[in-house]
Design a protein around this ligand. Structure first.
Ligand SMILES: Nc1ncnc2c1ncn2[C@@H]1O[C@H](COP(=O)(O)OP(=O)(O)O)[C@@H](O)[C@H]1O
Ligand SMILES: [Mg+2]
Length: 328
């Protein structure tokens, strides 16, 4: 993080769902900072709590979810306890979202022009013609050729990759400070995933936008992020600069995720080194939640829950005295 300014902090966040058998603790003591202009990756297998963390920041949680401890602080102001209207105002203007499926963000019965200009006019003090100009410029920026003509078309007239580019334009058109991008390229063909990610990265760096990039894919993280939080079963188990996480992953789970990235020229017996699967929230083991799958487990891992501890590189929640680089 160095001397960059923190724009958003999640501090000790705990989130529960009420369930007929009792409370389900879906997020436990989540803490991290997002710094001005950085791309923070949030990675982990399906069910790790990545989307819930994004939804908590956006203020888009289900009624059945309750934040039971901790807080979310945006530009020095606590936002997790704001009323719905204030959250909605923040969401439209300052914190915007890109979801996996572009069709959830785009209205099929409105043209791209209608959607972009309406969003711009709602939030920015521009005239109709200025809004249209801004919308066309943004479409050009996201790589839509003949933007002035194509802006008159409907979402279904674009390919999946082009639609996701339009969603990026929609997320950026109000000049937000933060974009939460939840699996933004997962629904796209592999061949266009990288182009869209690079576009997102370039635009956010140019606009100085801070991004939380949620993905299950460590390859995506390595390609575009500055820092990474690795989540497992509702906790952050390792956090640090992408370079450190990629070169020297310390938590055994991060080591496994890194190992699951296919590398050109490296033959592997299996793609993933992590056997087993993530536990259900109703059946979480005692101690470290990862210990039943951990090849380095030792005495105490099944009884003591490790806290995040800062090392010379990343912060890691593991009881081992860590130096497992030789295993990666
Ligand atoms: N409305 C809900 N009620 C109960 N459990 C939920 C609800 N929404 C999410 N969960 C649970 O919370 C956990 C984390 O979900 P999520 O954040 O969507 O995971 P990820 O995005 O990392 O795949 C999952 O185990 C999921 O089943
Ligand atoms: Mg998700």
């Amino acid at each position: 993080m160095d001397d960059k300014q923190v724009i958003l902090s999640v501090k000790g966040l705990c989130l529960e769902f009420s369930h007929r058998k009792g409370a389900i603790k879906a997020l436990r003591d989540i803490s991290f900072d997002m710094c001005q202009g950085e791309i923070l990756g949030v990675v982990g297998e399906s069910g790790a709590g990545k989307s819930l963390t994004g939804s908590a920041i956006m203020g888009l949680l289900d009624d059945s979810a309750a934040i039971t401890a901790g807080e979310i602080v945006y530009q020095g102001q606590r936002i997790d306890n704001l009323d719905d209207a204030s959250r909605q105002a923040l969401r439209g203007k300052e914190i915007s979202a890109i979801f996996q499926d572009p069709l959830t963000s785009l209205n099929p019965v409105l043209t791209i022009e209608e959607q972009l200009t309406e969003t711009i006019l709602t939030h920015l003090p521009l005239s109709q013609s200025e809004a249209l100009e801004k919308a066309i410029a943004l479409l050009e920026e996201v790589g839509i050729a003949q933007a002035a003509e194509r802006i008159k078309q409907y979402p279904h007239q674009f390919s999946g990759g082009m639609r996701q580019r339009i969603v990026i334009a929609l997320a950026l058109c109000v000049d937000p400070f933060i974009v939460i991008a939840d699996e933004p390229t997962t629904a796209l063909d592999v061949s266009v995933q990288s182009q869209v990610l690079q576009l997102l990265k370039r635009l956010c760096k140019q606009h100085g936008t801070t991004v939380m990039l949620v993905t299950h894919d460590m390859g995506v993280i390595a390609e575009v992020c500055d820092r990474v939080a690795v989540m497992y079963a509702g906790e952050v188990v390792e956090i640090g600069k992408v370079h450190d996480i990629v070169k020297h992953p310390q938590h055994p789970y991060t080591v496994g995720l890194m190992d699951s990235i296919p590398r050109i020229g490296v033959r592997k017996k299996r793609l993933s080194q992590i056997s087993g699967s993530m536990p259900r929230l109703t059946e979480l083991p005692c101690g470290c939640k990862f210990h039943p799958r951990c090849q380095f487990k030792q005495f105490g891992c099944d009884t003591t829950t490790p806290c995040l501890k800062q090392t010379t590189t990343t912060a890691v929640a593991c009881l081992r005295d860590i130096s497992i680089e030789e295993h990666i």
